[in-house]
Every structure is written in structure tokens, then in C-alpha cells.
Design a protein around this ligand. Structure first.
Ligand SMILES: Cc1cc2nc3c(=O)[nH]c(=O)nc-3n(C[C@H](O)[C@H](O)[C@H](O)COP(=O)(O)OP(=O)(O)OC[C@H]3O[C@@H](n4cnc5c(N)ncnc54)[C@H](O)[C@@H]3O)c2cc1C
Length: 445
């Protein structure tokens, strides 16, 4: 059947919830990765409920037309981009918090709810939803589930996967399934729900999710520590963990990134504790003394929200500041065992020198996750440097991506990490869930 007949069939079933105007199609061809899209969508489905999602998937599947789920489009590996002519499924209209139960400590949300809005709704009631990607203001729960988003608090609280109890999903043949239960634990059969988490929209589509949450901590304290060089900062970060401290966030910003935000006179760490006030006071005091012993040039401590936010402010601006310096920068998120962080940073510097590319890094060092940026000089490509970086992370027993996913941009490196046998098993899982290859094709593999 012709592609144009897909549009007609979607229009017949969905009415105005299917749009194919030029402006919308072009706007939804892009995402935060800045990867040039392979195609412009044929049209955009804006579902109202699970039945709309299922109907659209069935129509597209019958026409052999690909479907590209899209949340906030904040993904950094091109996961929501249209890789061949197909239809975008835009979750913006599915943005309601459906049910919030303090007794059960669970909240049910539609997939298009912004993560930051979920944070606010729970914080108002004295609760905490821990997954905290730095993009929370503009990314969605559906996107977080599909990427298993981590973020600033993952060190203490884990990632999105750890808070998902149940979900309504639509499969590649348009079936609506409820996976999981509202109970906080379940081992009933294969854990299909968690197989879908991090599957980047390639196995099924999330329509809504039931998530668990925690009581909000009674106190929070934030430290910022400036160092003379990066190795000292990374060793100090590891030193805090070796002493048995468990901050909720342990972030690193190297000298180049610090310069880009004009914030500090060198590389710095942000360390944040939460919990009972007495515990937080003791942990912050111990951390301050450890950081000083480990050669911090200056340590600041803040407890009041406004003063804490002031310490975070520079860290939050790094990504956008680097983009201004180098709009064509490559942004990677390799992750290694904690002990290997200093070696990874040294390797990064070596690679930069060898390839003639300026390098810098920041990120969630408490998880071993460095957001490495390669800032190319005019007319220089970064591919060679990226390949070497991936190889270095794998040699250090790490991974090519800690939280941003494979998407389009890391496809070529995935076989290096998994090997042929594991990759072949992954492909067979994909075929089992999506035999016609209509769900977000061209991603991961
Ligand atoms: C400034 C900035 C900071 C960031 N910080 C972090 C961070 O700290 N931690 C982190 O983990 N990531 C971070 N990210 C990356 C990004 O925000 C996350 O990957 C996020 O989870 C993407 O959510 P989204 O709603 O924007 O999804 P999109 O970008 O729209 O889509 C991402 C993937 O999810 C799929 N998808 C979206 N919705 C659905 C659905 N309902 N069902 C099935 N598949 C779906 C898409 O097809 C795509 O493959 C950051 C990005 C930026 C720009």
C-alpha cells in the first residue's frame, strides 16, 4: 500500500489527533542530539489514550510504516529521530497524573508527564521521586523509562528502573498490555517490564506507568570543593566513597568546563547529602574534612535551599555553555568502575592530544559516569577520537553509555561492548517483540 494511504487511514481513525502539516512535521524532525535527521516524519499522531496508541500502531503496522515514539525530545543519541519515512507518536497530550496514593507510596502517570512536574507534585506533599535527570524540566516519564534515565541522585537512589512497578504498554501489533502490579515487589514470571526499560522505544510503547516514591528527606546539605587539578578532584571523590560516605549526588566538573561557565578557578566537585538532620550534619562535616585532607583548595558548605542552589548553578549550566563554545561538539557518556575513573580521565586527555581535539568532562562520578565532550577545531572531525574513547572505556571494564542510550549515534560501538553472540540474542528479542520492524527502527542496531 502507498505511504499516503497511511495518513488517510490515521486521519479516518484519529481525526485531528493526526496532523501532517509541513511546519509540525519539520519541527518534530529534530531532537536535542542535534544529529541531522535521516527523514522528515510523514505525519504526527497525538494520542488521547491507550486505544489511540494501539489503533495508530495497528494502522502503521498494516501499512508497513515505522512509528517513532517521542517524549520531550531531550535525548542525546538521536533516539526519537525519524530514521526512515514514518510517523512520529508525540506523547505531549498524554500529560496527566492519574492517581497519587500516599498510603501505597505509588503514583500513576501518563507517559508524557514531564519528570520535573512529577517531582513538584510529590515534593508539595512531602515526598521524593528520586530519578533526577538534569533535563527534568523538559523530559518525560516515557522517555525516562525508555532510556532508563539516571541523573544527579542515582548514586544513592538508583535509576528510573528502580522505581517502576507497573505500566500499560502497546506492543508492535497494537495489543494493549498491563505489565507488573501495584505491589512494591513481584517475581511473577519473566520480568518483561524491566526488559522494556532502556529498550529505547524499540520493543513496545509506554502509555502510562505506576511508579513508587519515598518520603522526602528532612535535611539536605551541599558542598562544593575546588581543586588544583582533575586527578586530585577525582581521587578526592573516590576518597569520600572509600570512607563509607554515601552522598546522594557526587558530581565532577573539570577545569575546561569550569572555565566555560566562568564559575570556579579550577576543577570542582559538588557533594550532596540528604537524610535525618543529625546524620546530614555529621556526613557533611566528615566530607568537608576529607576533601580538605585530599587537597581541596576551597570548600563551601550550604544548607539553606537558595544557598545550595547557588552551589549547583555552575554545574547545571555546563552542558549549554559547552554548546555555545562548540555547537558541533560530540557529547558522550561513558561509564567505568569507580576505581578506573582517574585512568579514564588520563586516557581522555591522551586521546585529545593524539587526535588534535580539545576534550573536557563533567558528570556523575559517584556512578563512574563521565559526560565527555570533544570540542572539534574547525573542519576537524571527532569520529576517531570518539572511537578511541569508547575503546578506552571498554578496556577499563566499563560501558559505552551510562544513561543516554545507544540511539543512532552509538550503534557502531555497541558490538564492541556486547560481542556477536549477545548482539545476536538482542536482535532475536527485537524480532520476537516486533517481527515487522515498525517500532523505532534504526535505533540501537
Ligand atoms: C541538558 C540535558 C541534560 C540531560 N541530563 C540527563 C541526565 O542527567 N541523566 C540522563 O539519564 N539523561 C539526561 N539527558 C538525556 C535525556 O534527557 C534523557 O535520555 C531522557 O530520558 C529523554 O526523555 P525524553 O522524554 O526527552 O525522550 P525523547 O528524547 O523524546 O526520547 C528518548 C527515547 O525514548 C523513546 N520514547 C519516548 N517516549 C516513549 C514512550 N512513551 N514509549 C516508548 N518509547 C518512548 C524515544 O523513541 C527515544 O528512543 C539530558 C539531556 C539534556 C539535553
Amino acid at each position: 500500500m502507498k505511504k499516503s494511504s497511511v495518513g488517510a487511514a490515521l486521519r479516518r481513525r484519529l481525526g485531528e489527533r493526526f496532523v501532517d502539516g509541513e511546519v509540525v512535521r519539520r519541527a518534530l524532525a529534530l531532537d536535542a542530539s542535534r544529529i541531522p535527521p535521516a527523514a522528515v516524519p510523514l505525519g504526527v499522531v497525538r494520542p488521547r489514550d491507550a486505544r489511540d496508541v494501539a489503533a495508530a500502531v495497528r494502522i502503521c503496522a498494516d501499512h508497513g510504516t515505522a512509528i517513532f515514539p517521542r517524549g520531550g525530545a531531550s535525548g542525546l543519541t538521536g533516539g526519537s529521530l525519524v530514521s526512515r519515512p514514518g510517523v512520529v507518536m508525540d506523547f505531549a497530550p498524554l500529560n496527566r497524573i492519574l492517581r497519587l496514593s500516599p498510603e501505597d507510596r505509588t503514583v500513576s502517570v501518563q507517559a508524557g508527564v514531564l519528570t520535573g512536574r512529577l517531582h513538584e507534585a510529590l515534593e508539595r506533599l512531602g515526598f521524593l521521586y528520586p530519578p533526577d535527570p538534569a533535563s527534568a524540566a523538559f523530559c518525560t516519564v516515557g522517555g525516562n523509562l525508555s532510556e532508563n534515565a539516571g541523573g544527579l541522585r542515582a548514586l544513592k537512589y538508583g535509576t528510573t528502573r528502580d522505581y517502576l512497578l507497573a505500566a500499560t504498554v502497546v506492543t508492535a501489533d497494537g495489543e494493549i498490555l498491563r505489565l507488573g502490579s501495584d505491589a512494591h515487589k513481584s517475581v511473577a514470571g519473566y520480568d518483561l517490564l524491566r526488559l522494556l526499560v532502556g529498550s529505547e522505544g524499540t520493543l513496545a510503547i509506554f502509555v502510562d506507568a505506576t511508579l513508587r516514591f519515598l518520603p522526602a528527606p528532612k535535611a539536605v546539605a551541599t558542598l562544593s570543593a575546588v581543586f588544583a587539578d582533575e586527578q586530585a578532584a577525582l581521587e578526592a571523590a573516590l576518597g569520600l566513597l572509600k570512607e563509607g560516605l554515601l552522598p546522594r549526588a557526587l558530581e565532577f566538573v573539570d577545569g575546561v568546563c569550569a572555565g566555560a561557565v566562568g564559575a570556579a578557578s579550577g576543577p570542582f566537585l559538588i557533594v550532596e547529602f540528604d537524610g535525618h538532620p543529625a546524620e546530614v550534619r555529621a556526613a557533611a562535616a566528615e566530607a568537608r574534612s576529607t576533601l580538605k585532607k585530599r587537597d581541596a583548595v576551597r570548600v563551601s558548605l550550604a544548607r539553606a535551599p537558595a544557598r545550595r542552589e547557588a552551589l549547583w548553578e555552575a554545574r547545571r549550566r555546563v552542558s549549554t555553555a559547552l554548546l555555545k563554545i562548540s555547537p558541533t561538539k560530540a557529547a558522550e557518556d561513558v561509564c567505568v568502575p569507580l576505581s578506573q575513573l582517574p585512568a579514564l580521565y588520563r586516557a581522555l586527555r591522551r586521546i585529545g592530544r593524539a587526535c588534535g581535539v580539545e576534550t573536557c568532562a563533567y558528570g556523575h562520578v559517584g556512578d563512574g559516569n563521565l559526560h565527555v565532550n570533544l570540542l572539534p577545531r574547525p573542519r576537524r572531525r571527532t569520529d576517531g577520537a570518539v572511537a578511541r574513547l569508547m575503546k578506552a572505556a571498554l578496556e577499563l571494564r566499563g560501558t559505552i553509555t551510562g544513561e543516554h542510550g545507544v540511539g543512532v549515534s552509538k550503534k557502531r560501538y555497541l558490538p564492541l561492548e556486547t560481542g556477536a553472540a549477545v548482539l545476536s540474542l538482542m536482535r532475536r528479542v527485537k524480532r520476537l517483540f516486533d517481527p515487522r520492524g515498525v517500532l523505532n527502527p534504526g535505533k540501537i542496531f
